[in-house]
Design a protein around this ligand. Structure first.
Ligand SMILES: [Zn+2]
Length: 235
């Protein structure tokens, strides 16, 4: 079958699943209450948790690791992350302290409500992870390619999956500001170093994939070059 891309969750927090004949790769692990939604989505594609070959994390923040430990502990699914974010993901380092940007009450409360409802406030860190590196092509369904894009966190990764024509950028960018609700592509809030992110994204400029998925917000329909133009026209 042609590899398929499933999106589990919504524009607030989403998990993406690459479904191929070899099994399933997950990009990010959402919130800890997302197991049921994932089970339902996989069943719709004729798959189950037993078909998941690996989770690849775009970075180690709590709203991206939700069900990773359950899948690892209960189903033997390996969890992959860049070395620089291992301590953040496993809880060996404290969660990052974030500076509040321009908060607007409605969207901010909606984000917190989604977090509460889907268990996001009960962080369960993966107890062990597999360390990956810039340039790795992982032996997982869809052959995800890892491109380091430090900035949001030190260990942030872009994950390129040519099999489905998609590029996953985690929280390097957002297309819907989680706190203000504003639409449009921009560098994500709560970043360690947004200017470093902008420089990192240059490494993606020549990639042909034309579907870009941020950690939060709807898909950006365009290539990395289109995205960079959109970011610069906003700056
Ligand atoms: Zn996030």
């Amino acid at each position: 079958m042609t590899p398929q891309l499933l999106r589990i969750g919504d524009d607030i927090v989403a998990i993406h699943a690459i479904v191929t004949d070899e099994g399933v790769t997950l990009i990010d692990a959402g919130l800890s209450g997302d197991l049921g939604a994932l089970r339902t989505a996989l069943a719709g594609a004729g798959r189950s948790f037993a078909d998941i070959r690996g989770v690849v994390l775009t970075h180690g923040d709590a709203d991206h690791i939700g069900i990773a430990e359950r899948l690892r502990a209960d189903h033997g699914v390996p969890v992959h992350i860049l070395a620089e974010d291992v301590e953040l993901a496993t809880g060996a380092a404290p969660a990052r302290s974030v500076k509040a940007d321009a908060w607007r009450l409605g969207p901010a409360l909606r984000f917190l409500w989604v977090g509460l409802r889907r268990g996001g406030l009960r962080t369960r860190h993966p107890r062990s992870v597999r360390t990956i590196a810039d340039g790795d092509v992982l032996d997982l369904p869809g052959r995800p390619e890892i491109i380091a894009i430090p900035g949001h966190t030190r260990g942030s990764a872009a994950i390129r999956v040519p099999a489905v024509g998609a590029l996953f950028l985690g929280d390097a960018i957002t297309t819907r500001h989680v706190l203000t609700g504003e639409a449009g592509a921009r560098l994500a809030p709560f970043s360690d170093d947004p200017q470093m992110t902008r420089r990192s994204l240059e490494h993606l400029r020549a990639l042909p994939e034309s579907r870009i998925f941020p950690g939060h917000g709807p898909e950006f329909a365009g290539t990395a070059a289109d995205l960079l133009n959109a970011l610069d026209s906003r700056a």
